[in-house]
Design a protein around this ligand. Structure first.
Ligand code: ADP
Length: 433
């Protein structure tokens, strides 16, 4: 209520009290008792209002009876002001003390760093996990806590979508995962998890697969040797063994391919976190892979269009294996029609794509294609003697090069696999001279 409205309301109350006083004067013919009656009425009115105000202060969550004419005015205004205050409090960001208290009560280790990557604050869980004292570390660069290149590179790249894993201490088993998110105007909030157990299990699985594959190679080479020499020694009634031997040779070939893919996948996984910094001329690489596959598949039309002059920072062997897996798949899963390989530029970065006019893949299978041993159609894959690891390899190569793998496919019409690399991984062909 504005001051004029308030004045009118109070003025009406005074008039009412005076009217009562005049009435009393007429009734009693006593001026002093008339004045007393007026003043008493006013006092009672204001006293009642004040008592309601105090009662409301005692229970502020109760809504005051604003509809009641007698309690309008000051009480109404106090109520409105208080409600506005409450709304204002909600929209205001919590005070640093309140915020710190919230993070402090969390079981997860949390840290806040500023734009210069200096530690502003950390909770007790972080102190315990990293064995540090907040007071001693405050203001120091984060690199002091996590020495090594991994954190420096990660912070320099400013790409916080993927969490960072690092081993900060002398204990090679102690592995931490850091998840960064924006906080305030330019600060960062970091959640830190101890993933030593998970890392150990992943390493054990990798080592197991790697070791088994490695151990299988020697017996397989021996068996393959016999299978290759035996047919030339068979004659007479034993000649009937030629067919089973040929079939054994095919299966041994498949096992060899499987072991080679498993070992290669294990290697890619092992070095996945490491930065790949070789400058790869993708046009030349694609030309060499296409030339190899043209001679292996002489009846097929493999077209190459290398329009981008960009080079990629990466691992040439990994990129070669990804591209050759994609082209071999395109050849295997299409009977005829050209296989088109392109290296082009796009708004987001260079794109390496392989397109075929083959069988295509139903949409429901596409999200699972890069899982190990996932086959759209078992019989189809057996005919083509695939290992089921080709696209898993492609995906790992994509991850380690920060690329995204896109699959566009339509049943019966064909497929297009695209690897889209970030522009930050590129250099012009002229850069390497
Ligand atoms: P595989 O060794 O069986 O080819 P991959 O991991 O390379 O294993 O591929 C997984 C599955 O994806 C294949 O079994 C196949 O069904 C399907 N696939 C891959 N590439 C294509 C393609 N270009 N056209 C149709 N299907 C494909």
């Amino acid at each position: 209520m504005n001051s004029a409205g308030l004045f009118h309301l109070e003025f009406r109350r005074v008039l009412m009290a005076m009217a009562l006083g005049v009435a009393c004067w007429f009734a009693t013919d006593d001026a002093s008792s008339a004045v007393s009656a007026s003043l008493l009425t006013l006092l009672l009115l204001w006293g009642w209002q004040l008592s309601r105000l105090y009662r409301w202060f005692a229970n502020p969550d109760d809504v005051p009876p604003l509809g009641d004419a007698a309690v309008r005015g000051v009480l109404h205004d106090v109520y409105v002001l208080r409600s506005r205050g409450a709304i204002g409090d909600n929209s205001r960001s919590p005070s640093p003390a309140y915020r710190n208290e919230s993070f402090e009560s969390m079981r997860e280790a949390a840290m806040i760093i500023n734009a210069r990557n200096e530690l502003l604050w950390c909770n007790s869980a972080a102190e315990y996990l990293l064995n540090i004292q907040r007071a001693e570390e405050q203001g120091k660069p984060l690199h002091d806590l996590f020495p090594g290149k991994a954190l420096k590179n990660y912070l320099a790249e400013q790409n916080f979508q993927k969490p960072l894993r690092l081993k900060p201490g002398p204990d090679p088993e102690f592995c931490l995962q850091l998840e960064f998110s924006r906080f305030g105007a330019s600060d960062r909030l970091i959640f830190i998890k101890d993933v030593s157990e998970q890392d150990k299990l992943e390493r054990m699985r990798r080592d197991f697969v790697g070791n088994v594959s490695h151990e299988l190679r020697t017996p397989l080479t021996v068996i393959k040797g016999y299978i290759e020499t035996l047919p030339s020694l068979l004659s007479g009634p034993n000649a009937a063994l030629q067919k089973p031997l040929a079939s054994m040779a095919t299966q041994v070939g498949r096992m060899e391919a499987l072991i080679a893919d498993l070992l290669w996948l294990t290697r890619i996984e092992t070095v996945e976190g490491e930065r790949k910094e070789d400058l790869v001329n993708v046009s030349n690489l694609a030309a060499s892979v296409v030339a190899e596959l043209r001679s292996a598949w002489p009846n097929r039309d493999i077209q190459l269009r290398a329009e981008s002059v960009r080079q990629l920072r990466g691992d040439e062997r990994e990129l070669r294996s990804a591209l050759s897996n994609l082209i071999v798949n395109a050849l295997k899963y299409s009977d005829k029609g050209p296989v088109k390989v392109r290296w082009t530029d796009s708004a987001v970065g260079p794109v390496l794509s392989v397109e075929d006019k083959g069988l295509g893949i139903a949409a429901k299978h596409i999200p699972r294609l890069t899982e190990r041993f996932y086959r759209v159609d078992k019989s189809r894959s057996q005919q083509t003697s695939g290992t089921g690891l080709g696209l898993a390899i492609v995906k790992h190569v994509a991850v380690s090069h920060e690329a995204k793998l896109f699959v566009d496919s339509q049943l019966g019409k064909g497929s297009c696999f695209r690897l889209v690399f970030p522009a930050s991984r590129c250099a012009d062909a002229s850069a390497s001279g």
